[in-house]
Design a protein around this ligand. Structure first.
Ligand code: ASP
Ligand code: MG
Length: 438
């Protein structure tokens, strides 16, 4: 069985949904995971923020706009009166439910319930469309099998067992439709896998049923070897290892949610990134049979702050780094890059919410310098130490660019460099010329 996930843009209108339907009606049995129609989750977030502020007029206005959009899409999606009526009833039910929250107390529980409506709507609409087309599809409610535990981690055992059960209950079907993003938590309440979490749903489902392949369909033809917004000649990477894909997903390649690589990697299930707008394009295949001895891609992450702590006390001392890291931990601020010398350590963060407090605390241990507006440029590929020459090529490309930090050796597939944001375009192009030479 295969798992196919279609993102918000891919199901963003009646027209797009029809395209998706034409892509999934082949001989393979499959689970189809859908996001909410594009823009919907953002609107639902707006509604919840009005409701938290008890601005019921604000909420009602956004709800009405969204409802109108859905009515138009339903009208365009179905051909027969019978299915148009079914579609309008569906929308009415969901929007009446959303409107019911404008009267009462509003807590995180109600918020999660509202955020779930986007995926519930898109999947039901799509399922009706397939039915109208005479396709044998079954709607599997994600809330019946997708679950996170007390630490907000997926409860893999529960998912595996319950998904197997709901599939077994619907043995004869060829196409199972289900919602991405939404789940229940340890208390059985409606919850979600965080924004962009539909990719994660697909990967968890793929792992749970030991799928032959997980396909993530978006509106780009796979991961690119450099950022097309800054570099002219980029191309999609035909194959990547799971670890390379995870690095790239984190570093700006928005196409795949970073959390979704691990479940597939653990079960060794290939993940294919495909483009709904260009279904014949080969896309990117993420698997354990990837090409070796090559640099796969360059990516960049903006909005980075670098913090340097210099201290004579670090010299020959132990426990210094722990004290430094504990400060970041106490402010729940993840560190991305690290580089150390005998007398100092530099780290980077991308969440600077607690920067002032962190710096204040760090001053107990040494002199602190901050550089804002930094960019991490990361080169991803088969960079095992034995593959000599790549480091030279990377640094050679940046010979005219001030480099603030360098990090290599944390893994065998990444070299990261920290530079000023103003040098980003120059750096990406120089790396492209030196590494890919197209
Ligand atoms: N609809 C959710 C979001 O917009 C989940 C997803 O699309 O992946 O974040
Ligand atoms: Mg997404």
């Amino acid at each position: 069985m295969r798992v196919l996930k279609f993102g918000g843009t891919s199901v963003g209108s009646a027209e797009r949904m029809k395209e998706v339907a034409s892509l999934i009606t082949d001989e393979h049995r499959k689970v189809v995971v859908l996001s909410a129609m594009s823009g919907t989750t953002n609107s639902l977030v707006d509604i919840t923020s009005y409701l938290y502020k008890k601005n019921h007029d604000g909420a009602t206005e956004v709800i009405s706009q969204l409802e109108k959009k859905y009515e138009a899409e339903v009208d365009a999606l179905y051909a027969s009166e019978e299915f148009k009526t079914k579609g309008f009833e569906l929308i009415k039910t969901h929007f009446e439910y959303i409107k019911s929250f404008t009267k009462d107390v509003f807590t995180v529980f109600e918020e999660k319930a509202i955020l779930a409506q986007g995926e519930l709507l898109s999947t039901a609409m799509f399922h009706f469309y397939l039915q109208e087309q005479g396709v044998k599809s079954v709607l599997l409610p994600a809330l019946d099998f997708m679950r996170i535990d007390k630490n907000s981690e997926p409860d893999k055992e529960y998912i595996r067992e319950n998904l197997a059960n709901v599939i077994a209950d619907n043995e004869g079907a060829d196409i199972y439709i289900t919602q991405g993003f939404i789940c229940r938590n340890a208390f059985g309440e409606i919850d979600n896998l965080q924004r962009g979490g539909s990719d994660y749903s697909a990967s968890l489902i793929g792992a749970a049923i030991k799928a032959d392949e997980i396909q993530i369909w978006t509106d780009i033809d796979g991961m690119h070897n450099n950022d097309p917004r800054f570099v002219e000649k980029t191309h999609s990477i035909s194959d990547l290892s799971f670890d390379e894909a995870a690095e790239l997903a984190y570093f700006g390649a928005k196409i795949l949610h970073p959390t979704s690589v691990l479940p597939a990697k653990l079960e060794n299930i290939p993940v294919r990134l495909l483009n709904t707008m260009e279904p014949k394009a080969q896309g990117t295949l993420i698997s354990s049979n990837h090409e070796k001895k090559r640099i796969a891609a360059v990516a960049a992450k903006d909005g980075i702050t670098a913090i340097k702590i210099k201290s004579g006390r670090m010299l020959l001392a132990y426990g210094f780094l722990r004290k430094v890291f504990e400060i970041f931990e106490s402010y729940k601020t993840p560190i991305d890059m690290i580089s150390t010398s005998e007398v100092g350590v530099s780290v980077t963060i991308d969440d600077d919410t607690h920067l002032n407090d962190i710096v204040d605390d760090l001053r107990n241990f040494g002199t602190v310098d901050i550089d804002t507006d930094q960019v991490i440029v990361c080169v991803v590929g088969d960079l095992v130490p034995a593959n000599v020459g790549y480091a030279n090529q990377v640094l050679g490309a940046l010979k005219d660019i001030p480099v603030r930090m360098i990090s290599y050796g944390g893994s065998n597939y990444n070299i990261s460099l920290l530079i000023n944001a103003s040098d980003k375009k120059k750096a990406l192009n120089a790396l492209s010329n030196n590494l890919f030479n197209e």
